[in-house]
Design a protein around this ligand. Structure first.
Ligand code: FPP
Length: 238
């Protein structure tokens, strides 16, 4: 049974397996991404209904820029049309939208719609939906280090004050609590440069299901598994 009093506050998901799902059906890879967006929508709605407060989806990595040009363009177009089509629904469902990553590298027309939806959902306060776009965990840490270095050089911060608590303030989304549960679909047992700083004590859940097959019931199964774990954060618990 799902314990509604022990729902993870922040769930992060690596949505892997779209390409393989399409290949198995002799479809082009982009068809896997198209169905992948439908699953993302189902999981966003389910997360809100379950009372999850933060949902971070890994939609495009710093490494994904190296995919064939057509696939990158398709993913960008998909993102733009998703946001355009869903802006109203996000507001009506009280879902606050945000992004993390090197967003400045995205095409201008994608950035424009992102900025608009971030603004128009700013006051929403049920689920926080965070898309990781042009995101890499190492890049995030490097970007934070650079921002801190420039503040130290400017004399705003002294070197002695740089500690973990200060560092966090320079990550892409310092206001977001660390993920309680990280789910990866698609069968690979690795992190692939996602949220490296934030997942130090996150519970990890891997499933062979390909992302276009991952449903609300699969999300519930992952949360049930999470609820069986004892979280000690490096401490001893009697
Ligand atoms: C991984 O599958 C998936 C991606 C790199 C893109 C994921 C993007 C979406 C599902 C759409 C974004 C969501 C929203 C809400 C707009 P893969 O291509 O790496 O699959 P493979 O490992 O089987 O090749």
């Amino acid at each position: 049974m799902l314990d509604m009093k022990d729902i993870p506050v922040h769930v992060a998901i690596i949505m892997d397996g779209n390409g393989r799902w399409a290949k198995k059906r002799n479809l082009p890879r982009i068809e896997g991404h198209r169905v992948g967006v439908e699953r993302a929508e189902e999981i966003i709605t389910a997360s809100k209904d379950l009372g999850i407060k933060y949902l971070t989806l890994f939609a495009f990595s710093t490494e994904n820029w190296q995919r064939p040009k057509e696939e990158v363009s398709f993913l960008m177009a998909l993102l733009k049309s998703y946001l355009e089509a869903k802006e109203r629904e996000l507001i009506e469902n009280n879902i606050k939208f945000n992004v993390i990553g090197r967003v400045n590298l995205l095409p201008q027309e994608v950035k424009t719609v992102i900025e608009r939806v971030v603004k128009s959902t700013q006051k929403c306060d049920s689920l926080n939906l965070i898309l990781a776009l042009s995101y890499g965990g190492r890049a995030e840490i490097v970007d934070a280090a650079k921002k801190i270095a420039s503040r130290v050089m400017a004399g705003d911060i002294s070197l002695e004050d740089v500690d973990e608590d200060l560092f966090v303030n320079f990550l892409y989304a310092p206001y977001v609590p660390y993920p309680d549960l990280l789910i990866r679909t698609g069968g690979e047992i690795r992190i692939s440069n996602f949220l490296l700083w934030q997942i130090a004590y996150t519970e990890l859940y891997f499933t062979p299901k390909l992302w276009p097959d991952f449903t609300k019931d699969d999300l519930i199964a992952a949360i049930k598994d999470y609820q069986k774990r004892e979280r000690r954060f490096g401490k001893v618990i009697d």
